[in-house]
Design a protein around this ligand. Structure first.
Ligand code: TMP
Length: 213
């Protein structure tokens, strides 16, 4: 496994269930870091690259119909492999701050806890797709799925899963964070947006290069 800090940039992932406000907070974080003068790359999974956009449609459109859980996991992994190789690694090598709206933990939570695929297999798949590249910090925006699914608009293939699926997903994000508190921040997602943003800023600030930009 490659070292977590084998690059010069800063890598931040936002994770959480549906309707947790990840994209809102990713954008607020991007704005704050840009205002500080950092080069920031805001991206997402699935769909952070051109091929990823096509894979996102396959993964989330109802037209796709049923996908075997393993097929689904492999398509998420293909999206991630391209994302890491074509976008994330080059940006980090240039010293950018990369913010991704979802990453490996979404596969562990949704395809692992949600679809009941084997956790060790998914870890191995993630290792292959990412070459071991892990975020410096993962922010988990925690929300009760009853509230989150209510906030989400039209439900895509995954959002349309039953409540107990989303409850398993939530618990898994919390378990991942609980097992590695040094690299995670869990924030209740139902609070005031400005207060949540301030909490996220507080966790990101110590990761920024001293004296830069
Ligand atoms: P979102 O990024 O708009 O929240 O939608 C992405 C959906 O894809 C969301 O329902 C979670 C799901 N997903 C997985 O099931 N596994 C993954 O590895 C990723 C990145 C997303």
């Amino acid at each position: 496994m490659q070292a977590r800090y084998s690059h010069s940039g800063v890598f931040i992932a936002l994770e959480g269930g549906e309707g947790a406000g990840k994209s809102t907070h990713a954008k607020l974080l991007e704005q704050w870091l840009s205002d500080l003068g950092h080069d920031v790359v805001l991206t997402r999974e699935p769909g952070g690259t051109a091929v990823g956009a096509a894979l996102r449609a396959i993964l989330l459109d109802h037209e796709t119909g049923t996908l075997a859980p393993l097929t689904e996991a492999l398509v998420y992994a293909a999206d991630r492999a391209e994302h890491v190789e074509a976008l994330i690694r080059p940006a980090l090598a240039q010293g950018s701050v990369v913010i991704t709206d979802r990453y490996v933990d979404s596969t562990l939570a949704y395809q692992g806890a949600g679809r009941s695929l084997d956790a060790a297999d998914l870890q191995q798949l993630a290792q292959i797709a990412t070459g071991g590249l892990r975020p410096h910090l993962t922010v988990v925006l925690d929300i009760d799925p009853v509230d989150g699914l209510g906030r989400a608009g039209d439900h895509d293939r995954i959002e349309a899963e039953p409540l107990d699926f989303h409850e398993r997903v939530r618990e898994h994000f919390l378990a991942l964070a609980g097992a590695d508190p040094e690299h995670y921040l869990v924030v209740p997602a139902t609070g005031d947006v400005d207060a949540i943003h301030a909490t996220i800023r507080g966790a990101v600030a110590p990761l920024l290069p001293v004296g830069a930009p």
